[in-house]
Write a protein that binds this ligand. Structure first.
Ligand code: SDX
Length: 408
């Protein structure tokens, strides 16, 4: 029997290896499917919503984009008013929930706090555990989560900074309220700068959803067992934490700081990144899906320039980032592997400029990605999707019998 499978496509035949497991299970090895045919396998993922990210980034608010991602259409005036009212209503945390923050050590990673506290929210809102279909309770649960993730993030920062927590201010919008909760002090309320608020709005929109990335797929896998929304997104936070995924935005800044203090030229680090024997990678470069520029990176690169000018900030990490990008564009190793800046390469410079500390960068990514996670979880309900249960080819030992210790 041939160990090849042939796919006939558009008049051409493509051959794929057939692999056999230890128990004679067969599979197609489709790892070269996309590179050979340009096709991918069907993935019950999200349909494209149709709006160019450049337009949303320039014209929309994060609240509008969140509504779009959750319900498939931009909200009209009444819908936006009701949605915004829900976000305001659900911003505060239960007093007993607030006490949990003081239980964390000051050095606790904020992503650990975020994941833990998101799970804890369901202890104070048991009704969210009963959401089994879209509509009604789902709408309230989604709004509650979108709003509270901000409050939890800000409280985590205040505790880590040894500062008193700030309660939400209902007079402020989504981004302004977050900045208030982050940066107001008892003796001085934080005056929300429209430039900073606009930059934060842009950052959140660019992170709002991105198909079946690692953390969104995690939310779907957990939610496919009909686990509640809060547990599902708490798992998504854990997946996002990794430096190959959402943790990359902080890793980029740490890398740029290292390059700057090392005194080496960027070329030195580019050679390190190319060296197979060196574990160093250029953080913020490469993407599983984008095989050329990540459109979000182009928008961020442009916006970061504007932001630094408007805030009269001279951040030489931006100059270094531009130099690094320039050098890779001329290097065949990066060109041949389609390694370009991704969303994380410039986003950290924006966060630095608006005063977010490095240890909070991936938490910021979580706030942005929340509507995408919630919408993917909702899709499971809408489609009554079966439990995720990936198959595998077993390649371990075949049947054998226990032998006593004496005989081993
Ligand atoms: C995000 O999926 C999403 O949509 C994610 C995201 C989202 O919005 O949710 O866009 C957000 O996670 C962006 C990615 C952030 N991570 C980083 O910036 C970390 C650095 N990047 C790499 O670790 C890597 O590029 C990944 C993780 C992003 C993608 O990994 P892949 O698709 O598994 O690519 P690979 O590891 O198979 O690399 C292919 C080749 C290899 O070389 P060869 O074996 O062919 O010789 O490219 C090389 C890799 O060594 N390579 C890099 C590199 N990334 C890949 N070499 C140097 N530096 C890099 N950054």
């Amino acid at each position: 029997m041939s160990n090849k499978a042939t796919l006939s496509l558009e008049g051409k035949n493509f051959e794929f290896n057939i692999a056999t497991g230890s128990e004679n299970e067969k599979c197609f090895d489709i790892s070269s499917l996309r590179s050979e045919t340009g096709y991918i396998t069907m993935d019950p993922g999200f349909g494209n919503r149709g709006y160019p990210i450049e337009e949303l980034a320039e014209k929309a608010s994060f609240v509008e984009v969140s509504y779009l991602i959750l319900y498939g259409e931009l909200p009209d005036e009444i819908q936006l008013q009701n949605f915004s009212a829900g976000l305001k209503e659900h911003a505060p945390l239960h007093t007993n929930l607030e006490h949990h923050f003081s239980g964390f050590p000051k050095s606790a990673p904020p992503m650990a706090i975020l994941s833990a506290m998101l799970n804890l929210v369901s202890c104070f809102h048991p009704e969210v555990l009963e959401v089994t279909s879209a509509g009604g309770e789902f709408d309230k649960t989604a709004t509650l989560l979108l709003s509270k993730v901000r409050t939890i993030a800000a409280f985590a920062y205040r505790m880590a900074a040894g500062k008193p927590i700030n309660h939400p201010n209902p007079r402020l919008g989504y981004c302004g309220n977050f900045l208030h909760m982050m940066f107001s002090d008892p003796y001085q309320e934080y005056l929300v700068s429209p430039v900073v608020e606009k930059a934060l709005n842009l950052f959140l929109i660019l992170h709002a959803d991105h198909e079946q990335n690692c953390s969104t797929s995690t939310v779907r896998v957990v939610g496919s067992s009909r686990a509640n929304l809060f547990s599902s997104v708490a798992a998504g936070v854990c997946a996002l934490w990794g430096p190959l995924h959402g943790g990359a935005n902080a890793a980029v800044i740490a890398m740029l700081e290292d390059i700057r203090t090392s005194g080496h030229k960027p070329e030195y680090y580019i050679e390190k990144a190319k060296d197979k024997n060196d574990p160093f990678r250029l953080m913020g470069f490469g993407h599983r899906v984008y095989k050329n520029f990540d459109p979000r990176s182009l928008i961020l690169k442009k916006q970061v320039h504007t932001l630094l000018n408007e805030l009269h900030i001279n951040d030489n990490l931006l100059d270094l980032a531009l130099e690094l990008e320039e050098a890779t564009l001329k290097d065949d190793y990066f060109i041949s592997r389609n390694l370009y800046p991704n969303v994380d390469f410039y986003s950290g410079i924006l966060l630095r400029a608006i005063g977010i500390p490095l240890y909070m960068y991936t938490v910021m990514f979580s706030i942005g990605r929340m509507p995408g996670w919630i919408a993917n979880w909702k899709e499971l309900l809408d489609h009554k999707q079966r439990i995720s249960r990936p198959r595998q080819i077993y390649t371990g030992k075949t049947k054998r019998h226990y032998i006593s210790l004496m005989e081993r």
